[in-house]
Design a protein around this ligand. Structure first.
Ligand SMILES: Nc1ncnc2c1ncn2[C@@H]1O[C@H](COP(=O)(O)OP(=O)(O)OP(=O)(O)O)[C@@H](O)[C@H]1O
Ligand SMILES: [Mg+2]
Length: 505
């Protein structure tokens, strides 16, 4: 394997043969090129729990910074559950557990599982009563085998099935399996002597194994029984990065599912089980990332309320649904808001929301370029290594290829009116690397070379430029396209015999 090392200076960059040797930093924030101010503020935001508004053009690292910020946060410490309210089922309670409580419960659950054993290791009479052992030939098979696969005799007890054709039932085995008919009992109680005292032991079916529950695991099981009337809404182990696409109110704020039986005690699904968390709740203790925040429109004011209160009720949001009657109050949603938008949309952000961000966080205009220094050029090598690794389907690049990418970066910065600079519109530059990588792969080459980059540059030009090349101008290209569809032979010919070809020729 190639030995990897950090490449932070131009000299180091000159000493490598390919980007395979470049060490990719372990801190996700160090993987972001440029954007020093935004990164500085993201670090502060993570420690001090501040909000962040990132403004700037596409593909410059806004989402990347938001994600990296969430990875710098401490792990969530709370698990949130909704609990059945026996007196008023439409007002489920909330239960918040800390790490220790969740771990204690996990270990109780682990102990309540009992001991899983092969049917051959269980007492013979137990294996027989659970349907694993044929009483005729004393051979083992699954309880779903109605007839013994060894002696073909029925494993059913006389009277177990009231079917008058019980004797031929074995021949219908396949069909009955599909109908989930099973031989024997689901669970058998037995006793055993431990240190002179009698102890109840339960054996039960567990697929093709048998589960044995001793006194201790039975006790753990009953401890868990009073936990059966609750649902985990927000897990302790969760991703602290939540993307709010913002398309719908229910997705953002949560909902209570409809139940055609109106939560009926026997037929319906209990209200607490139908409660669904919104993105604002899932982001509790983490980052709520709202891309293109202005597109949220009026939903922005809910985010504002949630930020102020740090809790937000979950209620059924469709008035026609049985869920509308259900409400859980005070569901925690203590998130760090990281919002992104481009410059044009800034004015569509609700002003109290912006003022909230300014009051409890930072706004930052991301950079579109960074100075063309030897260190930053070396950073481009790191960028190429990152893109190659992330893509996973293309080879690394030679130093010459990286140099060509650097020149392209300089050129692109210039078209943004940034002189002596390297572009930070890196999503597009990533596209160039992938295109060059694809060419290398198709050629069977083990590295991306300068030549691949040159070819990719030709290939990855925007279609407008390609039109300009072929037809002289974009407008001419447009008219060609229209006239093609208007050929006289075309059934969609709309008249106008003098196609505008003549105008341009
Ligand atoms: N500053 C950067 N440093 C390293 N890689 C970057 C940077 N900016 C963009 N990239 C690359 O481009 C990809 C897209 O960047 P990202 O999604 O963060 O852009 P964005 O600013 O959120 O764009 P949009 O406004 O379209 O959402 C990243 O996954 C990364 O591969
Ligand atoms: Mg983005």
């Amino acid at each position: 394997m190639t030995k990897k090392r950090p490449v932070t200076t131009w000299d180091e960059m000159k000493n490598i043969k390919s980007t395979a040797e470049v060490l990719i930093p372990s801190d996700p924030l160090d993987r972001v090129l440029g954007q020093e101010e935004a990164i500085e503020l993201a670090k502060i935001a993570a420690i001090q729990r501040r909000h962040l508004l990132l403004v700037g053009p596409p593909g410059t690292g806004k989402s990347m910074i938001a994600r990296a910020l969430s990875m710098n946060l401490p792990k969530p410490k709370q698990e949130i559950r909704v609990v059945k309210n026996i007196e008023n089922s439409e007002r489920p309670f909330l239960e918040i557990l800390d790490e220790n409580q969740v771990h204690d419960e996990d270990s109780i659950r682990a102990e309540s599982v009992g001991k899983i054993m092969d049917p051959e290791d269980a007492p013979v009479n137990i294996a027989e009563r659970l349907g694993y052992l044929c009483k005729h030939c004393k051979k083992y098979s699954a309880p779903t085998d109605i007839s013994c696969p060894h002696c073909q005799k029925s494993k059913m007890e006389v009277g177990q099935n009231s079917n008058p054709f019980g004797d031929i039932i074995g021949q219908l085995g396949g069909m009955l399996e599909a109908a989930q008919v099973v031989v024997g009992k689901e669970r058998v109680h037995a006793t055993r002597m431990i240190n002179g005292a009698e102890e109840t032991v339960v054996f039960e079916r567990a697929g093709d194994k048998i589960r044995m529950l001793d006194g201790k695991s039975l006790q753990k099981r009953s401890q868990l029984l009073n936990k059966s009337n609750q649902k985990v809404l927000i897990k302790l182990n969760r991703d602290p990065f939540v993307l709010a696409t913002g398309a719908s109110e229910t997705e953002l704020l949560g909902d209570v599912r409809h139940d055609p039986y109106g939560g009926h005690e026997k037929l319906g699904t209990p209200a607490y089980e139908r409660v669904i968390a919104g993105s604002i709740h899932e982001a509790h203790e983490g980052v709520l990332f709202v891309d293109e925040i202005s597109h949220l429109g009026s939903l922005q004011r809910f985010i504002l309320t949630a930020m102020q209160e740090k809790r937000f009720p979950i209620a059924g949001r469709n008035p026609q649904s049985a869920g509308a009657a259900v409400k859980v109050e005070n569901v925690p949603c203590d998130f760090i808001l990281v919002a992104a938008c481009n410059i044009q949309d800034l004015e569509h952000i609700l002003s109290p929301l912006r003022s909230r961000v300014i009051g409890g966080g930072y706004e930052v205009l991301v950079d579109i370029a960074m100075p063309d220094t030897p260190e930053n050029r070396a950073k481009y090598a790191q960028f190429v290594a990152q893109e190659v690794t992330m893509d996973g389907r293309i080879p690394h690049a030679t130093t010459e290829a990286v140099e060509l990418i650097i020149s392209e970066g300089r050129l692109r910065a210039r078209s943004d009116n940034q002189v002596n600079a390297l572009t930070l519109r890196l999503r597009e530059l990533g596209g160039l690397i992938r295109a060059a990588g694809d060419i290398a792969v198709m050629n069977g080459d083990s590295l991306i070379t300068a030549e691949h980059i040159r070819q990719a540059l030709k290939r990855s030009r925007p279609v407008e430029e390609q039109i300009k090349d072929r037809y002289g101008s974009y407008m001419k290209g447009m008219s060609k396209d229209v006239s093609g569809a208007q050929k006289e032979t075309s059934q969609y010919y709309l008249g106008n015999e003098h196609s505008d070809d003549q105008m341009f020729n």
